[in-house]
Ligand binder design. Structure first.
Ligand SMILES: *Cc1c(COP(=O)(O)O)cnc(C)c1O
Length: 227
């Protein structure tokens, strides 16, 4: 049997082992539970083990689950592609957005962030696999976007997010993360404290290359229906 409890324990253990292998401080990598396509009951189960940060990709689905789970103190992260006509509910209903890939989206989120909420935590999504189809800005454009987004008062720019092309080979998994990590470090901005790197298939490599937050879906909640 593979219950959510067992999978959660296994992911926590893998994460701890990855921190040890990479000589990172224990607890330095945060776990984001990616619950897209999974029911609110699964989120409630993982919550009962102490997990508080959950990631969703699809706005309507996320808003529905947020309503069902309104009594829980969950920190919701939006990690999916953002259409500019959807920024308002995202600015209203999330604590983090990992998938900002252009200034226009950041400006809209900034304008639409309600006054009664703290600044919205932002990661800029960078395309580090040179795949034309993948979203995210080019690495060369990152310094300018950091500069501009960093000025928006209702946003708190935290760092970068990347979804590299899936690779089986460990070294091949490491390389794109290393490139992006070093590029950000070179900018010498100590306010950027978040590297949203790593999913179920490349957690070890991501932690070795500086991840501070891994986004784990399948390993926690089981396989998703194919999209
Ligand atoms: C679905 C998704 C994840 C989780 O992927 P798994 O391979 O299921 O762990 C992480 N990040 C993003 C942006 C996703 O869309």
């Amino acid at each position: 049997m593979n219950s959510i409890a067992q999978r959660f324990a296994k992911v926590r253990k893998q994460l701890r082992q990855a921190e040890i292998n990479a000589q990172r401080a224990l607890g330095s990598v945060q776990l984001l539970a990616v619950s897209k396509t999974k029911p609110a009951a699964d989120i409630a189960a993982v919550y009962s083990f102490g997990q508080r940060h959950f990631g969703e990709n699809y706005l309507q689905e996320a808003l529905k689950k947020q309503q069902e789970l309104a009594a829980f103190s969950i920190s919701w992260h939006f990690i999916g592609p953002i259409q500019s006509n959807k920024t308002k509910p995202i600015a209203q209903h999330f604590a983090w957005v990992h998938s900002v890939d252009r200034l226009k989206i950041a400006e809209r989120l900034n304008e639409q962030r309600p006054d009664y909420l703290p600044p919205l935590n932002i990661c800029l999504q960078v395309n580090i696999s040179d795949e034309a189809s993948k979203s995210g800005i080019e690495l060369a454009d990152l310094p300018d976007l950091i500069e501009q987004v960093g000025k928006l008062p209702n946003l708190r720019l935290r760092g970068v997010m990347a979804i590299p092309e899936p690779q089986q080979d460990y070294q091949a998994q490491c390389l794109p993360y290393r490139r992006l990590y070093q590029a950000v470090r070179q900018l010498d901005r100590s306010d950027l404290d978040t590297f949203s790197f790593g999913m179920s298939g490349d957690l070890q490599a991501a932690v070795a290359e500086g991840s501070t937050l891994v986004r784990i879906g399948t390993a926690l909640f089981g396989e998703r229906p194919s999209q």
